[in-house]
Design a binder for this molecule. Structure first.
Ligand code: NAD
Ligand code: TDX
Length: 332
């Protein structure tokens, strides 16, 4: 049995990972989370307090981080500012948390000889053309577009440098777009589901031709666990589930699944610098780590996600109005 320190464990992917880790392993988990607007304590409700504790604190707090890292066997680093639209409004929290925070954790694992896993995104590679089947691989050059993806790219490079220069034992993963329960309503899929539940028309950026490669968050969580078990230090793993869909198709699927007219949405101003297409070549996870996704039917996963938001209004309703107010202000 090991002791996992999970940063950002009260956020979307972190809390799903904690739930998966507690049910699939004997590990004990300490969550370190600043409880920003993106976190929700209710996402960790009902977990066994003997196996999971929440420490509220900042990953840039070197003293706090060092104390927690010294007690851990493995650090799994999810904490980040994660929303592209926010990074266009105010990049500073992204630079601070994603870069300084990752640096602070790396210094602590270096000092205490603790294994590190860094959770990152396919957005570090920039975007791909719409009219070509090419996909990202582990050797695709970094070419990030937004302040968010630039800071994630920078954090990946810090991890690689700490492996090479200081012998830190670390793995990295770059995953595609996640969907599923506990995702903040600022993100595309939950924003549209909860808009429809509130009787508001969904909002599509531009023409909706941009393609995202969707993976269910539980598949991502299982993939990270698999890397902790069998990943090779210094190596990068791309995690994807062959889930490419353009935004218009996803939105129409949501509308139909929720019994609405598939044309009942609004086209709004496009995101600045909007990446066209992401697509993951996930062969390394399959060939080297024998991992395959379980959610292979996107429509079924989406249906289950719609049911979750319908049945868990208490979880998202308190932050819905402030999220939409933030969007309305940005559109002015
Ligand atoms: P999220 O925004 O839902 O959660 C982030 C969590 O980090 C929140 O609980 C927040 O309180 C915490 N946090 C932020 N700043 C912190 C700080 N300074 N100290 C401590 N905690 C802090 O994000 P998510 O969607 O769950 O993403 C988690 C990770 O996965 C991120 O590193 C992100 O880059 C990566 N990722 C996300 C996706 C996706 O589709 N959402 C895809 C690939 C990779
Ligand atoms: O209201 C919307 N309408 C819309 O058309 C929103 C919020 C988004 N979109 C579009 C923009 C994107 O093409 O939907 C797509 C998905 O948008 P987001 O949910 O904001 O995700 P994205 O920008 O693709 O980034 C996500 O995946 C990679 C996560 O937020 C990142 O943390 C992760 O690294």
């Amino acid at each position: 049995m090991g002791r996992l320190l999970v940063t950002g464990g009260a956020g979307f992917i972190g809390c799903n990972f904690v739930r998966t880790a507690l049910s699939a392993t004997d590990h004990r988990v300490t969550v370190l989370d600043k409880m920003t607007y993106a976190a929700n304590a209710a996402s960790l409700a009902g977990l066994d307090p003997r196996r999971c504790e929440l420490v509220v604190g900042d990953i840039t707090d070197a003293v706090l981080v060092e104390g927690l890292v010294a007690e851990a066997d493995i650090v799994v680093h999810f904490a980040a500012e994660s929303h592209n639209d926010n990074s266009l409004e105010d990049p500073w929290p992204f630079v601070h948390t994603n870069l300084i925070g990752t640096y602070t954790l790396l210094e602590a694992v270096r000092k205490h000889g603790v294994r590190f896993h860094h959770v990152s995104t396919d957005e570090v590679f920039g975007d791909l053309p719409l009219d070509d089947a090419v996909k990202f691989t582990e050797t695709t050059p970094y070419n990030p577009s937004s302040p968010y993806s630039a800071t994630k790219a920078g954090s990946d490079l810090l991890v690689r440098a700490w492996v090479r220069s200081f012998g830190v034992e670390a793995t990295l993963s770059n995953c595609s777009n996640n969907y599923g329960p506990y995702q903040h309503v600022e993100k595309f899929i939950p924003r549209q589901i909860t808009n429809i539940l509130d009787g508001v028309r969904p909002k599509l950026y531009g023409e909706g031709a941009n393609v995202r490669d969707w993976i269910h968050v539980q598949d991502h969580s299982r993939a990270v666990l698999r890397i902790l078990e069998a990943g090779v230090s210094g190596r990068t793993y791309l995690i994807g589930a062959n889930g490419e869909q353009d935004n218009m198709t996803v939105l129409r699927m949501i509308l139909r699944l929720m019994g609405q007219d598939e044309d009942d949405f609004e086209q709004v101003r496009d995101r600045a610098g909007h990446d066209l297409r992401y697509a993951i070549d996930g062969r390394r996870m399959r060939d080297e780590l024998d991992w395959v996704p379980r959610f292979t039917d996107f429509r079924a996963g989406l249906k289950q996600t719609i049911t979750w938001y319908t049945e868990n209004r208490d979880w998202w309703e308190p932050v819905k109005a402030s999220t939409e107010a933030k969007y309305a202000k940005a559109e002015q």
